[in-house]
Design a protein around this ligand. Structure first.
Ligand SMILES: Nc1nc2c(ncn2[C@@H]2O[C@H](COP(=O)(O)O)[C@@H](O)[C@H]2O)c(=O)[nH]1
Ligand SMILES: [Mn+2]
Length: 376
């Protein structure tokens, strides 16, 4: 068995996730397998979430599941351009409505989100979404590829030789990752323009395109000005295979790092997000330039519902209802999907820097308003 690099507290790993991890560490061609602080069991696939490993000569195209190319983008605006606090009563519903028109496919289910968060100096528009149907189609192609390779190999295997990966397949794979990046960009820029339109951000209002929700901002630079407001954006992905010259890095729910680049580790709807950079580069290299992609689930969706109904006291449920009144349905209850995303469903984040010492904190943001998943 290949040794496992634990960038997390081993005592905090559930037994079923540990079993999955150990099984993977025994597989052929799997090298330098790393487990991060958000490691948790994945019922659908044989590898836990919160893991990275590398291979050469062969790859495991199915480890990601369908959400290939999922990632998190942030767009930062200096607070000197921020004019007033976000008024949920006046604008939550309008933003929720607008976000459904920002792309063809919406944010997607689960814990995908579009949030406005802040620290002392800046406002951050943060978007966590993937590649929707394109990721599913690519995953189906990965299944076919693995089947075809198995036939040639003479037995059913879950890996593929790199000679089997045609230039067309690799282009298709990378184009799908690019599609996710462009979708996140459209969410971020259109949210910025929504805020400009609603007088939250100082800008040149005359320059705003009335049809901005139909426009495509995929080509905008990472720094610049939008309708007179300076911005900066960065993107990162956490569910993909990165085909490099000498090796293939596999990341299943672990964020790809790059020297000098700030990435978001989202924590929860109540806690906001951490923005981090790789500080110790040899250290980050040993961790395959990867880190946790979130706080990580502590409670399964089922257990989160049980916790809500049976562990929390009425007073505590009331406090959630007051804090997130905008998410209540007409009968005054939260849809299940939101309850499953509340803070208690996620792990503590103290381990993030303790067990991934190659990371440095850039800032921590707190949420202003969050739009949760949307299926279109
Ligand atoms: N800032 C926010 N972070 C959130 C929210 N909901 C979930 N999360 C965190 O994101 C990661 C992403 O996990 P993934 O497996 O779906 O890619 C998760 O671990 C949480 O820590 C939110 O509303 N705001
Ligand atoms: Mn994701």
């Amino acid at each position: 068995m290949q040794p496992i690099a634990f960038y997390c507290d081993t005592n905090s790993i559930e037994q079923n996730a540990m079993d999955q991890l150990r099984q993977y560490a025994q597989k052929p061609f799997v090298n330098n397998i790393c487990a991060f602080t958000d490691i948790h069991y994945c019922s659908e696939k044989a590898l836990p979430v919160g893991v990275a490993f590398e291979t050469s000569g062969y790859c495991y195209p199915l480890i990601t599941g369908k959400d290939i190319g999922c990632g998190v983008m942030y767009l930062k605006i200096d607070k000197e351009y921020w004019r007033r606090p976000f008024d949920k009563d006046a604008h939550y519903r309008a933003l929720n409505f607008a976000h459904q028109k920002m792309t063809d496919d919406g944010l997607g289910g689960g814990n995908h989100f579009l949030s406005i968060e802040e620290d002392a100096n800046a406002i951050y528009i943060i978007c966590h979404t993937g590649t929707r149907d394109r990721g599913i189609a690519l995953y189906q192609q990965c299944i076919q590829l693995t089947r075809d390779f198995s036939l040639q190999y003479g037995q059913a295997v879950d890996f593929v030789h790199t000679d089997f990966l045609t230039a067309d397949f690799l282009k298709y794979y990378n184009d799908t990752l690019q599609f996710g990046y462009e979708r996140r960009k459209n969410f971020c820029f259109k949210t910025l323009i929504f805020l400009q339109n609603a007088n939250y951000i100082q800008c040149n209002k005359e320059a705003i395109d009335r049809n901005y929700l139909q426009a495509n901002f995929k080509g905008k630079d990472h720094t610049g000005a939008m309708n007179g407001t300076p911005y900066l954006l960065e993107d990162s992905i956490h569910n993909h295979l990165r085909f490099e010259e000498q090796r293939i890095v596999h990341r299943k729910g672990s964020t790809e790092l790059e020297k000098g680049k700030t990435v978001v580790i989202p924590l929860s709807m109540s806690r906001g997000s951490l923005l981090v950079q790789p500080a110790d580069l040899p250290g980050a290299g040993n961790a395959l330039y990867s880190c946790a992609h979130g706080a990580g689930r502590k409670l399964s969706r089922f257990d989160a519902m049980k916790y809500w109904k049976t562990v929390l006291k009425e007073k505590q449920r009331k406090a959630f209802k007051e804090q997130f009144a905008e998410l209540l349905d007409r009968s005054g209850n939260f849809p299940q999907g939101y309850v499953q995303e509340f803070d208690f469903a996620y792990k503590d984040s103290v381990d993030i820097f303790k067990h991934q010492p190659y990371l440095k904190k850039v800032t921590q943001t707190i949420p202003v308003v969050t739009i949760k998943y949307s299926e279109i």
